[in-house]
Ligand binder design. Structure first.
Ligand SMILES: Cc1cc2nc3c(=O)[nH]c(=O)nc-3n(C[C@H](O)[C@H](O)[C@H](O)COP(=O)(O)OP(=O)(O)OC[C@H]3O[C@@H](n4cnc5c(N)ncnc54)[C@H](O)[C@@H]3O)c2cc1C
Length: 490
C-alpha cells in the first residue's frame, strides 16, 4: 500500500477532542497540523459594502485568548508526539505551499457559513485543487450537524421557535468524536515556526507590550486553550453543580457562575458543543434532569440557529437593512455619540457599566449585550453595524454569526418581525436591583442609593452635593433622554 500524507488546517477548532478534520487527517500515515494567522483578521480594516467604515478586527482580549489557545494546541499536539506548524500569512497561500512541500495527498479543514470565513476557505480549496491536492471539508461547530437537519438549510424557518421545534423532534445529535492516535510528522516536515507576537499581527501593539489579562474584577480570567475549556466545563457543571439552577441564574451579571461562560472556548473551537451536550446528558443521568439542564441545550440551539441562518442568508446579515432588507429606518452617523457609547460614557449607568466591562475584560453578559446593543440601535438610532463591529473588536467570544445575528435581531433587521427594544431603566431595576453591578464597574457611583445609581440624573442638586457626585464632573450627564427616545419608537 502506498504511503499517504495529510495536512490538517486548524481554524476556529483549536482542540483535539471531537475534531473531525483532525480525525480524518489521522487516517494518513503522516499528518501535518497547521495553524495560520491571517493578516486580514488583524489591524484596522474597512467594514465593506455601502457606507463602509473602518474598525479594528481583533482587539487585545480575543488576540490574547487566541494566542494562548494556539499555544495550548501546540502543547497538546506535542504531547501526542507531533507538532503544530504556525505561520503568518494568507491561508490560500500558506496551506497549499505547505501541502505541496510535504507532498500531501489530502488536506482537511472545518467549514464555517459566514462570508469571510467561507471566502478564505474557498480560496484555499481552489488553490489546493489547482495544485492537484484533495481538499476535504467538514462541518463541526454546531450541536446538530448540517447534514442532519430535518430539511435543506435553505428552507429552514427564520424564527427560532419553529427551528427549535423542528430539530428537537427527533433529529439525532451525534456523539463527540474521540481524540485519535495522531500520526507523526513526515521526516522532512518544514520547521514548526514561532507563534507571533501581537505586534507582528497588528502594528498598534508595541513590540514588547504584553496583552492585558482580564483584571481581578472580571467574571473569569478566561485562559485560552482546550485544557482550560475542559476545566471550565468540569468546574461549572460538576464541581460547582451550577447546571441544576442555570435557568434561574443565567440572567445574572456579577460573578463567575451565573452562566456557563463557555462562549470564548466554544467560539475559538477549544470546546466542542457536542462535548458540552454529552456532559449535560451525563449530568442528567448522574444528578438531575430539569428545566435548567434543558435550558443550556436550548441556548446552544440559539447558537446553532444563527449558524444555519447565516448559511441560508449569507452576507445579507451584514447589510444595514439586514435579511429583511429594511429601508424604512433612518440610521444615523454621529461619531461623538458613538464614541461616548464605546467608552461607557453615555450617562446611562446600566449601559456604561456593561461597556466598561466589555472594554476591560472582553466579556459582557447576555443581559448586558441586549441592553447595550438596544441603546445604540434603538435609543440612539446609530448605525447598528458600527455597534456590532465594535463588539467584534472587543469580544473575547466573538462569533460572526452569533454576534451579527443578535445585533440584527435587536436592531429590527434580523430574525424577528417585532421591534426588539429594551426598556433600559426597567431592565436595570429588574436585573441589578441593588445596583451592585453598576457600582462594580462605575465605582464613582458607589455612594448613591440603588435607585439613584441607576438614574443619577434624577438626583436633586442638594442630593448631588450630599453624595459628592456631580454630573458632568464625576459622571456624565445622560446623552439622551431615555423616555423621550422610546416615544419615537412606539
Ligand atoms: C448583541 C449581542 C451580541 C452577541 N454576540 C455574541 C458573540 O459574538 N459570541 C457569542 O458566543 N455570543 C454572543 N451573544 C450571545 C450571548 O450573549 C453569549 O453567548 C453569552 O452571553 C455568553 O455567555 P455564556 O457562555 O455564559 O452563556 P450561557 O448563558 O451559559 O449560554 C451557553 C451558550 O449558549 C450560547 N448562547 C447563549 N445565548 C445565546 C444567544 N443569544 N445567541 C446565540 N447563542 C447563545 C452560547 O454559545 C453560550 O456560550 C450576543 C448576544 C447579543 C445580545
Amino acid at each position: 500500500m502506498s504511503h499517504t500524507t495529510s495536512l490538517v488546517w486548524f481554524r476556529r477548532d483549536l482542540r483535539v477532542h471531537d475534531n473531525e478534520a483532525l480525525v480524518e487527517a489521522c487516517a494518513a500515515d503522516n499528518a501535518v497540523p497547521v495553524y495560520c494567522f491571517d493578516p486580514r483578521d488583524y489591524g484596522t480594516r474597512p467594514y465593506g459594502g455601502s457606507e463602509s467604515f473602518e474598525f479594528r478586527k481583533t482587539g487585545p482580549h480575543r488576540l490574547r485568548f487566541r494566542l494562548e489557545s494556539v499555544a495550548a494546541l501546540r502543547d497538546a499536539l506535542r504531547d501526542h508526539g507531533t507538532d503544530l506548524l504556525v505561520r503568518v500569512g494568507r491561508p490560500e497561500h500558506v496551506v497549499p505551499e505547505l501541502a505541496t512541500a510535504v507532498d500531501a495527498d489530502f488536506v482537511t479543514m472545518h467549514t464555517w457559513p459566514t462570508t469571510e470565513e467561507l471566502q478564505v476557505e474557498t480560496a484555499v480549496k481552489d488553490a489546493l485543487v489547482e495544485a492537484g491536492i484533495d481538499a476535504r471539508r467538514y462541518w463541526g461547530h454546531t450541536l446538530t450537524h448540517l447534514d442532519d437537519l430535518p430539511m435543506d438549510y435553505r428552507d429552514l424557518p427564520d424564527t427560532y421557535t419553529t427551528f427549535r421545534n423542528a430539530v428537537e423532534q427527533g433529529v439525532p445529535m451525534r456523539e463527540p468524536l474521540h481524540t485519535p492516535a495522531i500520526p507523526s510528522l513526515p521526516s522532512d516536515a518544514p520547521e514548526s515556526g514561532a507563534i507571533p507576537d501581537p505586534s507582528d499581527l497588528d502594528p498598534s501593539f508595541s513590540a514588547d507590550s504584553e496583552l492585558p489579562a482580564p483584571p481581578a474584577k472580571s467574571v473569569l480570567p478566561f485562559d485560552g486553550g482546550e485544557s482550560a475549556a475542559l476545566e471550565r466545563v468540569e468546574s461549572y457543571i460538576w464541581d460547582g453543580d451550577h447546571l441544576r439552577e442555570y435557568k434561574q441564574t443565567r440572567n445574572g451579571m456579577l460573578g463567575a457562575d451565573y452562566s456557563s461562560k463557555f462562549s470564548p472556548w466554544l467560539n475559538e473551537g477549544c470546546l466542542s458543543p457536542r462535548y458540552v451536550q454529552s456532559e449535560v446528558e451525563r449530568y442528567e443521568d448522574a444528578r438531575v434532569k430539569n428545566d435548567s439542564t434543558y435550558w443550556l441545550t436550548f441556548e446552544l440551539r440559539w447558537r446553532d440557529f444563527f449558524q444555519f441562518q447565516f448559511a441560508k442568508h449569507g452576507g445579507d446579515f451584514f447589510q444595514q437593512g439586514g435579511i429583511r432588507h429594511r429601508t424604512d429606518i433612518d440610521w444615523r452617523d454621529d461619531e461623538a455619540q458613538f464614541e461616548r457609547w464605546t467608552a461607557g460614557e453615555t450617562g446611562i449607568p446600566f449601559v456604561d457599566a456593561n461597556m466598561r466591562e466589555l472594554n476591560e475584560t472582553g466579556y459582557m453578559s447576555n443581559r448586558g449585550r441586549q441592553n447595550a446593543a438596544s441603546f445604540l440601535a434603538n435609543n440612539l438610532r446609530l448605525d447598528w453595524r458600527r455597534g456590532a463591529a465594535y463588539f467584534e473588536t472587543q469580544l473575547v467570544d466573538y462569533d460572526p454569526a452569533v454576534n451579527y445575528g443578535n445585533w440584527a435581531y435587536i436592531a429590527g433587521v434580523g430574525n424577528d418581525s417585532r421591534d426588539r427594544y429594551f426598556n433600559i431603566n426597567k431592565q436595570a431595576k429588574r436585573y441589578d436591583p441593588d445596583a451592585a453591578y453598576i457600582k462594580h464597574w462605575l465605582p464613582e457611583l458607589d455612594a448613591l442609593p440603588p435607585a439613584s445609581a441607576r438614574a443619577p440624573w434624577r438626583l436633586t442638586p442638594e442630593e448631588r452635593a450630599d453624595y459628592g457626585v456631580q454630573l458632568g464632573v464625576d459622571y456624565p450627564e445622560p446623552m439622551v433622554e431615555l423616555e423621550a427616545s422610546y416615544e419615537k419608537l412606539r
